[in-house]
Design a protein around this ligand. Sequence first.
Ligand SMILES: [Zn+2]
Ligand SMILES: [Zn+2]
Length: 147
Amino acid sequence: MDNPIGSCDHCGGVFRYRLLHNGFGDSAYAYCDKCSFTVLLSSWAKASQRISFRVHQRITPDIEPLLKPCPCGGRFRASADPKCPYCAKPLSATKATGFIEQNAPGTAKGWQWQQSWSGVYSIALNENIVEDWWDEEAVNRLFPKIS
Ligand SMILES: [Zn+2]
Ligand SMILES: [Zn+2]
């Protein structure tokens, strides 16, 4: 099944998106400060076992230096919101309610969009997503292996 379609509230650009429930995946996430990329951090990944980080939500700023740069050269930031793949402006979590609730099968049964980019749901745009994007060197330096 194809991912549902949303649109940018700035340029009208159309993209496919996927909502990710970070409670089911025991994960945390962040967005690039320059482009439309999302990073997803599973608490089950090997590097994650050594770092204590809060899951089911967006990362906290202390996690930023432990992540590799985004493929575009930007940084994944706790304060960055998801950006349009075309104009790179931050999408409005409130304005996204229209297409997200319209496309979600659960809406008829009372499901509601969280209207925020820091809740339990994260979003991947046009499958621009990287997973378990730890900078091994930084992780080893800050969280040395206990032998
Ligand atoms: Zn746009
Ligand atoms: Zn980027």
